[in-house]
Design a binder for this molecule. Structure first.
Ligand code: ADP
Ligand code: MG
Length: 549
């Protein structure tokens, strides 16, 4: 360069990290995230206690929950958090595994880079390895049918085993197993209601629809057998005159007329309902006091402000057609159920619609000591249902407990030899990284991880050893299919794909240009004290792996 004067193209204060320095820094940041969740992996994983800035405490061992709660600043570390979120959105399980595997892929890449293997070669090799791994996974998978409740129950049990419901996991998995055959892809055909109070063991499965609503009037019947249900989509109220339009009635007789008129309208509404033959009214909107009175007088059971999603479920289950105009309400629009009943749950009254005539509907009513518990159980049940749905949809499952990863690791080493060239090194590194799953499962169970791996590898070389995984009680290899440790194929495929993808993305970055942090906005403006952008370079990157938490 002439005169040695560097040309400055970036704004003053911009941080820039180039070449290997940038790569190493990024790898360290991503590994710190992986190390933060590693100890939670598997049925014997430890919990984390997260304390937020307000002092609120969350105790969990769910990878994605941890990563969502802790505030991570480093841009590369954030990419790993995104992987966990994607995994969670796509399949609802395998989040910790995906992050831990990504961290290990980066660790292996680091030593290849030290051996002067270019990141591009590594990225290429990783891509080939991931494709081969997915191909092998499909071969290892076995069929599951919607009717195979036992296997679907095992899948639910495996997904719940790491979660913080402890000894209740089995009990909850039994409930999921019961409804497994009913699970559809969107999962929300299974209604999950929660009511805190009582004991988790009081959580029940109800063959019907449960509404968190009481009947609107105490003189209505507490239950109706052979229910003929009207689903009403409009308010059973007289439209109030516009707010800004005042009615001035000075003459008391006029006022009485006005009220009589209103009452007549409401009575006519109830008469129309009664004429249809309905003995139950489930209204999406409000019901006026006067209308409530007339409904009660006619012995009709009524509930108001039912959620739209619940109205849809009721329509499907009872065969009712929801009406907006009461003139359209005839016997044909009514839905049928054996029983509509108000029952006390804890201190509240809820409405149970059971014995639905049109289609089977199932609800899970979650009980538990505190709101915190019922919320956590709801999340766990939701995830378990999604995992079961994924298995049903694809009709494929695979042995868990690290067995698939060991099998892939061995297969990829053979595959690497057939590829040759410099990519061979990267594929071998990928194979080595897969060991992190069984190794960590053993480690978290307090076992000797090397011992666990050696025994597992030996068994996988034997005939019929493909599904041998980690027995977290003894450390001896155990057939995971016989032990009912089973996962949907989709969870494993997604785990491998997303780990390889994010590792590749991170490895391709060789230049990080971070703008100067913008000054904090004046008090009252903006929600955070620091500006966005890539200003977090000094964040977790400088921290040695393992110091993330
Ligand atoms: P993730 O967020 O990845 O789902 P988990 O903490 O749920 O993390 O652990 C999942 C791993 O634990 C999977 O590899 C799964 O096969 C394994 N696993 C679950 N139950 C058992 C068990 N009873 N014995 C051995 N491994 C198990
Ligand atoms: Mg899990």
């Amino acid at each position: 360069m002439m005169g040695g004067q560097p040309i400055i193209i970036l704004k003053e204060g911009t941080e820039r990290e180039k070449g290997k320095g940038a790569v190493y820094n990024n790898i360290a940041a991503a590994r710190a995230v992986a190390d933060a969740v590693k100890s939670t992996l598997g049925p014997k994983g430890m919990d984390k206690m997260l304390v937020d800035s307000l002092g609120d405490v969350t105790i969990t061992n769910d990878g994605v929950t941890i990563l969502k709660e802790i505030e991570i600043e480093h841009p590369t570390a954030k990419m790993l958090v995104e992987v966990a979120k994607t995994q969670d959105d796509e399949v609802g399980d395998g989040t910790t595994s995906a992050v831990v595997l990504a961290g290990e892929l980066l660790k292996e890449a680091e030593s290849l880079i030290e051996q002067e293997v270019h990141p591009t070669i590594i990225v290429n090799g990783y891509r080939m390895a991931a494709a081969e791994a997915v191909r092998r996974l499909r071969q290892l998978a076995f069929d599951v049918k919607r009717t195979d409740k036992a296997t679907l129950g095992s899948i639910a049990r495996t997904a719940m085993s790491g979660r913080s419901v402890g000894t209740n996991a089995d009990f909850l998995a039994d409930i999921v197993e019961e409804v497994a055959g009913e699970v559809r892809a969107d999962v929300d055909n299974i209604l999950v209601q929660k009511k805190h109070g009582g004991n988790l063991k009081d959580t029940t499965l109800i063959d019907g629809v449960v509404l968190d609503k009481e009947r609107v009037h105490p003189r209505m019947p507490k239950f109706v057998r052979d229910a003929k249900i009207a689903l009403i989509n409009r308010a059973l109220e007289v439209k109030k005159t516009e707010v800004n339009e005042e009615i001035r009635i000075r003459d008391p007789a006029k006022l009485q007329m006005f009220l009589d008129e209103e009452e007549k309208t409401l009575r006519a509404m109830v008469e129309k309902i009664q004429a249809s033959g309905a003995n139950v009214v489930l209204a999406q909107k409000g019901i006026d006091d006067v209308a409530q009175h007339y409904l009660a007088k006619e012995g009709i059971y009524a509930v108001r402000r039912v959620k739209e999603s619940d109205m849809k479920k009721l329509a499907k289950a009872t065969g009712a057609r929801s009406v907006t105009n009461l003139d359209d309400l005839t016997a044909k629009e009514l839905g049928r159920a054996d029983l509509v009943e108000e029952r006390k749950v804890g201190t509240d009254d809820m409405t149970f619609v059971t014995g639905c005539k049109k289609a089977r509907a199932v609800s899970i009513l979650i009980r538990g000591g505190t709101e915190h518990v019922v919320d956590e159980v709801e999340r766990i049940l939701h995830d378990a249902l999604r995992v079961v749905a994924a298995a049903i949809e694809d009709g494929k499952a695979i042995a868990g407990g690290g067995s698939a990863e060991i099998e892939l690791s061995i297969a990829l080493k053979d595959y690497a030899a057939t590829v040759g060239g410099r990519e061979q090194l990267a594929i071998e590194a990928f194979a080595g990284a897969l060991d992190v799953i069984p190794r960590t499962l053993g480690e978290n169970a307090g076992l000797d991880p090397i011992d666990v791996l050696i025994k597992l590898r030996a068994d996988h070389q034997k005939k019929g050893g493909k599904s041998m995984g980690v027995n977290v009680q003894t450390g001896e290899p155990l057939d995971m299919i016989k032990a009912n440790v089973i996962e949907p194929l989709r969870v494993k495929i997604q785990e491998i794909d997303s780990a390889a993808e994010v590792a590749g993305m991170i490895l391709r970055i060789d230049d990080v240009i971070a703008s100067k942090k913008s000054p904090p906005p004046p008090p009252g403006g903006g929600e955070h004290g620091h500006g966005g952008g890539m200003g977090g370079m000094g964040g977790m990157g400088g921290m040695p792996p393992g110091m993330g938490m």
